[in-house]
Design a protein around this ligand. Structure first.
Ligand SMILES: Cc1ncc(COP(=O)(O)O)c(C=O)c1O
Length: 458
C-alpha cells in the first residue's frame, strides 16, 4: 500500500490549521538540501541560521537519510524499560568520547528544554543522595535562555517569556550575564571577566552556600544574548567559585554544543569540565528530535546507588533518533566539520565586523566559530539601543527573508529592547556561500537603513 502526502491548496490569506506564536503565515516548504531550502513556488532560501541553530550539517544529508532508512527497517521504537538498542549505545559511546573524561554516561531526551529539566533534576537528586538536602537553588544568568518548560523557565532570564508564568513556578536567583561590551569602565578584559564571575560568588554568599545547588550557564550565549562570549578569565573563575562552595556547574550547550563553535563542546575553548552538560539542537541536526544530558560519574553514581533516578521521558533513547544522531556525529567527525566551523566562522566574523564601517548602527559583532551575532544600536558610543518601537529586530529578518536569506533575531536587552541577529549557517557552508550571505545581508541592511532612517544613509 502506498501512502503519500497530498499537496494541499495553500492560501496564505486563510488561517492555518496549525498555531504557534502568532498568526503570521510562512511559505509552504517544498524541499531542502545542503544550506538551502525551497518553497512550493520555487523560491530558494539560504539557511543563514540553520533553522534555530539546529541544522548543523545542512539538509538532506545522504548518510543520515540512509542511516535512518536502515534503522526504520529494523525498529523505530523500543521502550527503554523493555529494551536497550544499538544506536543508543553507539551514540552514547561516541558522545562520551567527545566529552570530558568522566562524563561516560548519557541520558537521552528529545530536545533542549527536556535536557535542561533533566540537568536540574539530576542535580537535585544528587544533593539528596549525598545528604545535602538543603541545596535547591539554581543560580542562572540574566539574560539567558534555557527552554520553554516551567522548570527551564525558572532558570531563564528573558522577561517576555517568563513574566506571564511567574506565579506558576519559583523563579531562581540570577547574576548579570557578562555583557562586557556594554561596560564603560577602565577595567581590562581579564579584570571584567573576574568582576562578573565574582558576582556569582557574592550571590552565593548572600543566599547562603548551603542552599545553593548549582549554577547554570550557556558558555557561548544563544538567542537571549546573541552569541555572548565572556572574557577568558571568567570561565575558570566560575569553575573555581563553584568548587569552593561545592556547587554543581551546569553547562547548557544546547546551542553551543555538537561542534558549532569549532569544538564539540564550547567548554573546550577554556578547558573547563562542567559537572553536568545539556546537549540538543546540533546533536541530531534537525533530522529528528534528540537531546541529551551528560554528567560526571561522581554525580550519577550516588543517584543510581539510591536505586532510581526519578525522571524520564517516553521517547528517551529512541532507536531511530539515535541512529540519526550517530550518523550526524560521524559526518561531523569524518568531514572535519568542527575545524571547518572554526575556519569559516573566522571568515564570516571578519565579514560581519567589516559591516560596521558601512553601517554605523551596528554596535557589536560577537560569537565563536559559527555561533555568531551582531547587534544594532542608536549610538556606538553609549550603546543605547534603537527605539523599541522601530521593531528593527523583526524588520531586518523580513527584509532578508524577502531576499532569500534566513537569519534569526531577538530583543537583546532582557527581551524588552535592543536588536540582535544570529548569523549561524550550517557548518558545511563554504566561502562562496559566505559571500552570498554577505551580499544579501548588506542589501537587507541598506533597505533597513532607508526604511527606518537610520544613521549613515547617503
Ligand atoms: C541554550 C538553550 N537551552 C535550551 C533551549 C531549549 O531547547 P528546545 O527548544 O529544543 O526545547 C534552547 C533553545 O533555543 C537553547 O538555546
Amino acid at each position: 500500500m502506498k501512502t503519500f502526502i497530498e499537496p494541499i491548496v495553500w492560501n496564505p490569506a486563510e488561517p492555518s490549521r496549525l498555531f504557534y506564536q502568532t498568526r503570521q503565515r510562512r511559505p509552504m516548504l517544498d524541499k531542502a538540501e545542503g544550506i538551502y531550502l525551497w518553497d512550493r513556488n520555487g523560491k530558494r532560501y539560504l539557511d543563514g541560521c540553520s533553522g534555530a541553530m539546529v541544522s548543523n550539517i545542512g539538509h538532506s544529508n545522504p548518510r543520515v537519510l540512509e542511516a535512518m532508512r536502515l534503522q526504520m527497517e529494523r525498529s523505530t521504537f523500543g521502550y527503554r524499560l523493555h529494551f536497550e538498542n544499538e544506536p543508543a549505545e553507539h551514540l552514547a559511546a561516541q558522545i562520551a568520547e567527545l566529552c570530558p573524561a568522566g562524563h561516560d554516561r548519557v541520558f537521552f531526551v528529545s530536545g533542549g528544554s527536556e535536557a535542561v529539566e533533566s540537568c536540574l533534576k539530576l542535580a537535585r537528586q544528587y544533593a539528596f543522595a549525598t545528604g545535602q538536602d538543603s541545596r535547591w537553588r539554581v543560580i542562572s544568568r540574566n539574560p539567558s535562555y534555557h527552554g520553554s518548560t516551567l522548570g527551564a523557565l525558572a532558570v531563564t532570564g528573558y522577561r517576555p517569556l517568563t513574566d506571564p508564568f511567574l506565579p506558576m513556578f519559583r523563579q531562581m536567583p540570577s547574576v548579570p550575564a557578562p555583557r562586557c561590551y556594554l561596560d564603560r569602565d577602565s577595567l581590562s578584559d581579564a579584570e571584567r571577566g573576574i568582576r562578573y564571575a565574582d558576582m556569582l560568588r557574592n550571590k552565593i554568599v548572600e543566599l547562603g552556600p548551603e542552599t545553593v545547588l548549582a549554577f547554570i550557564m550557556e558558555p557561548v550565549g544563544g538567542a537571549s544574548t546573541g552569541a555572548l562570549v565572556a572574557p577568558d578569565s571568567y570561565y575558570p573563575r566560575v569553575r573555581e567559585i563553584c568548587d569552593e562552595f561545592g556547587i554543581l556547574l551546569i553547562y547548557d550547550e544546547v546551542m553551543s554544543g555538537a561542534g558549532r563553535t569549532g569544538c564539540y563542546l564550547a567548554a573546550e575553548h577554556w578547558g573547563i569540565k562542567p559537572d553536568i552538560i545539556a546537549l540538543a539542537k546540533g546533536l541530531a541536526a534537525g533530522y529528528v528530535p534528540l537531546g541529551a544530558m551528560l554528567a560526571d560519574n561522581r554525580i550519577i553514581d550516588p543517584v543510581l546507588n539510591t536505586g532510581v533516578f526519578q525522571h524520564g521521558y517516553t521517547y528517551a533513547g529512541n532507536p531511530l533518533a539515535c541512529a540519526a544522531g550517530l550518523a550526524v556525529t560521524q559526518e561531523i567527525l569524518e568531514r572535519d566539520l568542527m575545524n571547518q566551523a572554526a575556519s569559516v566562522g573566522t571568515i564570516l566574523k571578519r565579514e560581519l565586523e567589516g559591516l560596521m564601517s558601512e553601517f554605523p548602527f551596528i554596535g557589536d559583532v560577537r560569537g565563536k566559530g559559527l555561533l555568531l551575532a551582531f547587534e544594532l544600536v542608536e549610538s556606538r558610543e553609549t550603546m543605547k539601543p534603537l527605539p523599541a518601537t522601530l521593531n528593527a529586530y523583526a524588520r531586518l529578518v523580513e527584509l532578508a527573508y524577502e531576499r532569500g536569506l534566513i537569519i534569526y533575531s531577538r530583543r537583546t536587552r532582557d527581551g524588552i529592547e535592543g536588536d540582535h541577529f544570529m548569523v549561524c549557517p550550517p557548518m558545511i557552508v563554504n566561502p562562496e556561500q559566505i559571500a552570498e550571505i554577505m551580499d544579501k545581508l548588506r542589501d537587507s541592511l541598506k533597505a533597513l537603513q532607508l526604511e527606518l532612517k537610520l544613521p549613515g544613509v547617503v
